[in-house]
Design a protein around this ligand. Structure first.
Ligand code: 2BA
Length: 152
């Protein structure tokens, strides 16, 4: 028995598994780093998406990027937290899928990334697909097919 069943690989879409945008912690391009750090620390996440004012995906920012930026030769240069905006240090090359992409596209993407962003053709942010969501779906599929095999 294959762990990933045909139905899961070919019929389940990224849109069905993603965390919708309204439940995703994010920051905006022109936010100062101190706001981004607050969001990251309060939410508990290592990294979150960066959106522009119209809710288009622009990049991603994480705690390590911020700490690296403010780390001087001898001390943390805390003034940089208010002097620097998110867009100055975020990464813009972020992996991105669309809602119509299939389970296998999502599985491949989260091998190298804890989460991937989901956006529409115009770049508007729809949500994120996380490793947790992919693993939960595999787990569900595994137990459902085991149940079916026992019945059959
Ligand atoms: P990390 O923040 O490094 O989190 C790694 C894993 O730790 C998460 O995996 C989750 O299982 C757990 N975790 C961390 N913070 C959590 C919290 N506040 N509540 C519950 N569980 C938490 P995934 O769930 O697969 O998430 C992968 C990555 O996706 C996270 O990496 C984070 O960067 C991002 N992420 C997940 N949910 C998010 C959300 N609602 N808003 C923004 N970013 C999110």
């Amino acid at each position: 028995m294959s762990l990933i069943q045909d139905g899961l690989a070919s019929a389940v879409t990224v849109g069905e598994m993603m965390i919708p945008g309204e439940k995703v912690a994010h920051v905006q391009l022109n936010n100062p780093l101190e706001h981004a750090l607050l969001v990251l620390v309060k939410s508990g996440y290592s990294a979150v998406p960066v959106l522009d004012a119209s809710y288009k995906l622009s990049g991603m920012i994480g705690k390590t990027m911020i700490l690296n930026h403010i780390l001087g030769l001898e001390r943390f240069e805390m003034e940089k937290l208010s002097d620097t905006t998110v867009q100055e240090i975020m990464v813009t090359e972020v992996p991105c899928l669309s809602q119509a992409d299939l389970f296998m596209d999502g599985l491949k993407a989260v091998i190298d990334h804890p989460f991937v962003c989901v956006a529409d053709d115009s770049g508007y942010f729809d949500g994120i697909l996380t490793r947790r969501a992919i693993l939960k779906r595999i787990n569900k599929d595994f137990y459902e097919s085991r149940l079916q095999n026992r019945k059959g």
